[in-house]
Design a protein around this ligand. Structure first.
Ligand code: GTP
Ligand code: MG
Length: 174
Protein backbone atom coordinates (compact mmCIF):
# COMPACT_ATOMS: atom_id res chain seq x y z
CA UNK A 1 0.00 0.00 0.00
CA UNK A 2 1.30 3.48 -0.89
CA UNK A 3 2.30 5.57 2.05
CA UNK A 4 -0.31 8.15 2.97
CA UNK A 5 0.52 11.85 2.84
CA UNK A 6 -1.08 13.90 5.60
CA UNK A 7 -1.18 17.64 4.97
CA UNK A 8 -0.99 19.84 8.05
CA UNK A 9 -1.06 23.62 8.11
CA UNK A 10 0.24 25.60 11.07
CA UNK A 11 -1.65 28.80 11.84
CA UNK A 12 -1.40 31.52 14.50
CA UNK A 13 -0.08 35.01 15.23
CA UNK A 14 3.41 36.10 14.38
CA UNK A 15 5.87 35.12 17.11
CA UNK A 16 3.90 32.31 18.76
CA UNK A 17 6.47 29.78 17.55
CA UNK A 18 4.99 28.09 14.46
CA UNK A 19 8.31 27.86 12.61
CA UNK A 20 10.07 26.79 15.81
CA UNK A 21 7.62 23.91 16.30
CA UNK A 22 8.13 22.77 12.70
CA UNK A 23 11.92 23.03 13.02
CA UNK A 24 11.91 21.10 16.30
CA UNK A 25 9.73 18.38 14.82
CA UNK A 26 11.57 17.98 11.52
CA UNK A 27 15.20 18.69 12.52
CA UNK A 28 15.16 18.49 16.33
CA UNK A 29 16.66 21.99 16.54
CA UNK A 30 15.74 25.24 18.25
CA UNK A 31 16.88 28.78 17.53
CA UNK A 32 16.52 31.57 20.09
CA UNK A 33 16.53 34.11 17.26
CA UNK A 34 14.40 33.38 14.24
CA UNK A 35 13.31 35.29 11.19
CA UNK A 36 9.65 35.96 10.76
CA UNK A 37 8.31 33.71 7.99
CA UNK A 38 7.71 35.28 4.59
CA UNK A 39 4.76 33.77 2.70
CA UNK A 40 4.99 30.20 4.01
CA UNK A 41 7.51 27.42 4.34
CA UNK A 42 7.20 23.71 3.57
CA UNK A 43 8.69 20.78 5.42
CA UNK A 44 8.02 17.08 5.53
CA UNK A 45 8.77 14.13 7.77
CA UNK A 46 7.88 10.46 7.82
CA UNK A 47 6.45 9.09 11.02
CA UNK A 48 5.01 5.81 12.22
CA UNK A 49 1.65 6.27 13.87
CA UNK A 50 0.80 3.84 16.67
CA UNK A 51 -2.05 1.39 16.35
CA UNK A 52 -5.51 2.56 17.43
CA UNK A 53 -8.70 0.99 18.75
CA UNK A 54 -9.99 0.71 15.17
CA UNK A 55 -6.81 -0.46 13.54
CA UNK A 56 -4.19 -2.58 15.27
CA UNK A 57 -1.59 -1.98 12.55
CA UNK A 58 0.97 0.79 12.80
CA UNK A 59 0.83 3.25 9.92
CA UNK A 60 3.80 4.77 8.14
CA UNK A 61 2.75 8.22 6.93
CA UNK A 62 4.43 11.27 5.47
CA UNK A 63 3.53 14.51 7.20
CA UNK A 64 3.58 17.51 4.88
CA UNK A 65 3.78 20.65 6.95
CA UNK A 66 2.88 24.12 5.74
CA UNK A 67 4.30 26.62 8.20
CA UNK A 68 2.35 29.80 7.41
CA UNK A 69 3.40 33.40 8.04
CA UNK A 70 1.62 34.99 11.00
CA UNK A 71 2.11 38.61 10.03
CA UNK A 72 -1.13 40.34 9.12
CA UNK A 73 0.08 41.25 5.64
CA UNK A 74 0.24 37.54 4.69
CA UNK A 75 -3.14 36.61 6.09
CA UNK A 76 -4.82 36.53 2.67
CA UNK A 77 -2.45 33.73 1.61
CA UNK A 78 -3.65 31.35 4.31
CA UNK A 79 -6.51 29.78 2.28
CA UNK A 80 -3.94 28.42 -0.19
CA UNK A 81 -2.51 26.36 2.63
CA UNK A 82 -5.51 25.34 4.71
CA UNK A 83 -7.78 24.43 1.77
CA UNK A 84 -5.86 21.30 0.86
CA UNK A 85 -5.11 20.34 4.45
CA UNK A 86 -6.19 17.30 6.46
CA UNK A 87 -5.36 18.97 9.77
CA UNK A 88 -4.62 22.42 11.18
CA UNK A 89 -2.44 23.24 14.17
CA UNK A 90 -3.70 26.44 15.84
CA UNK A 91 -0.79 27.81 17.85
CA UNK A 92 -0.88 30.39 20.62
CA UNK A 93 1.70 31.53 23.15
CA UNK A 94 0.78 30.61 26.76
CA UNK A 95 2.38 33.87 27.96
CA UNK A 96 -0.10 35.85 25.83
CA UNK A 97 -3.64 34.89 24.83
CA UNK A 98 -5.49 32.49 22.56
CA UNK A 99 -8.12 35.10 21.65
CA UNK A 100 -6.70 35.55 18.17
CA UNK A 101 -7.38 31.89 17.39
CA UNK A 102 -11.12 32.60 17.35
CA UNK A 103 -10.74 34.41 14.02
CA UNK A 104 -8.94 31.42 12.51
CA UNK A 105 -11.55 28.99 13.80
CA UNK A 106 -14.35 31.10 12.34
CA UNK A 107 -12.58 31.26 9.00
CA UNK A 108 -11.81 27.52 8.95
CA UNK A 109 -15.38 26.56 9.83
CA UNK A 110 -16.68 28.77 6.99
CA UNK A 111 -14.05 28.32 4.29
CA UNK A 112 -11.92 25.40 5.39
CA UNK A 113 -12.19 21.84 4.10
CA UNK A 114 -14.92 19.71 5.74
CA UNK A 115 -13.63 17.31 8.37
CA UNK A 116 -10.43 19.26 8.99
CA UNK A 117 -8.83 17.87 12.17
CA UNK A 118 -7.90 20.63 14.62
CA UNK A 119 -5.42 20.90 17.45
CA UNK A 120 -5.11 23.90 19.76
CA UNK A 121 -1.46 24.11 20.72
CA UNK A 122 -0.32 26.24 23.66
CA UNK A 123 3.35 26.78 22.88
CA UNK A 124 6.23 28.06 25.08
CA UNK A 125 5.23 25.87 28.03
CA UNK A 126 8.82 26.30 29.29
CA UNK A 127 8.06 29.94 30.19
CA UNK A 128 6.22 28.91 33.35
CA UNK A 129 6.79 32.18 35.23
CA UNK A 130 5.29 34.27 32.44
CA UNK A 131 2.24 32.11 31.89
CA UNK A 132 -1.00 34.07 31.35
CA UNK A 133 -3.27 31.32 30.00
CA UNK A 134 -3.90 28.41 32.35
CA UNK A 135 -4.06 24.90 30.85
CA UNK A 136 -7.70 24.46 31.84
CA UNK A 137 -8.71 27.59 29.94
CA UNK A 138 -6.95 26.38 26.81
CA UNK A 139 -8.46 22.95 27.15
CA UNK A 140 -11.94 24.37 27.64
CA UNK A 141 -11.62 26.47 24.53
CA UNK A 142 -10.36 23.52 22.49
CA UNK A 143 -13.31 21.45 23.63
CA UNK A 144 -15.82 24.09 22.47
CA UNK A 145 -14.41 23.95 18.94
CA UNK A 146 -13.99 20.16 18.83
CA UNK A 147 -10.21 20.34 18.81
CA UNK A 148 -7.52 18.34 20.50
CA UNK A 149 -5.59 20.33 23.12
CA UNK A 150 -1.92 20.12 23.93
CA UNK A 151 0.72 22.34 25.51
CA UNK A 152 4.23 22.09 24.19
CA UNK A 153 7.57 23.79 23.96
CA UNK A 154 9.62 24.08 20.79
CA UNK A 155 12.51 25.11 23.05
CA UNK A 156 12.62 22.01 25.27
CA UNK A 157 10.87 19.71 22.74
CA UNK A 158 8.20 18.91 25.33
CA UNK A 159 5.16 17.29 23.60
CA UNK A 160 6.16 18.43 20.10
CA UNK A 161 6.38 14.94 18.53
CA UNK A 162 3.30 13.92 20.47
CA UNK A 163 1.31 16.86 19.13
CA UNK A 164 2.07 16.09 15.48
CA UNK A 165 1.59 12.38 15.96
CA UNK A 166 -1.76 12.78 17.74
CA UNK A 167 -3.21 15.16 15.18
CA UNK A 168 -2.02 12.93 12.33
CA UNK A 169 -3.66 9.95 14.05
CA UNK A 170 -6.97 11.81 13.90
CA UNK A 171 -6.81 11.85 10.11
CA UNK A 172 -8.50 8.70 8.79
CA UNK A 173 -6.50 6.35 6.55
CA UNK A 174 -7.27 6.85 2.87
P1 GTP B 1 5.99 34.21 12.17
O1 GTP B 1 6.84 33.46 11.20
O2 GTP B 1 6.28 35.68 12.17
O3 GTP B 1 4.53 33.96 11.97
O4 GTP B 1 6.36 33.71 13.68
P2 GTP B 1 6.42 32.21 14.21
O5 GTP B 1 5.10 31.85 14.81
O6 GTP B 1 6.95 31.31 13.17
O7 GTP B 1 7.46 32.32 15.44
P3 GTP B 1 8.96 31.75 15.53
O8 GTP B 1 8.98 30.27 15.45
O9 GTP B 1 9.78 32.49 14.54
O10 GTP B 1 9.35 32.13 17.03
C1 GTP B 1 9.30 33.46 17.53
C2 GTP B 1 10.20 33.57 18.75
O11 GTP B 1 9.72 32.76 19.81
C3 GTP B 1 11.66 33.15 18.51
O12 GTP B 1 12.50 34.02 19.21
C4 GTP B 1 11.72 31.74 19.10
O13 GTP B 1 13.02 31.42 19.56
C5 GTP B 1 10.73 31.88 20.27
N1 GTP B 1 10.13 30.59 20.63
C6 GTP B 1 9.47 29.74 19.82
N2 GTP B 1 9.04 28.66 20.48
C7 GTP B 1 9.42 28.82 21.77
C8 GTP B 1 9.26 28.04 22.96
O14 GTP B 1 8.69 26.95 22.99
N3 GTP B 1 9.80 28.55 24.12
C9 GTP B 1 10.46 29.76 24.14
N4 GTP B 1 10.93 30.16 25.33
N5 GTP B 1 10.61 30.51 23.04
C10 GTP B 1 10.11 30.05 21.87
MG1 MG C 1 7.44 31.58 11.23
Amino acid sequence: MAEQSIKICILGESGVGKSSLALRFVSDEFKAYTESTIGASFMSKQVTLPSTENDERERLVSLKLWDTAGQEKYRSLAPMYYRGSDAAVLVYDITKTFEELRGWVYELKNNGPPGLALVVCGNKSDLKEDRLVGPLKGEDYARTIGALYIECSAKTAHNVDKMFSEIASRVPPK
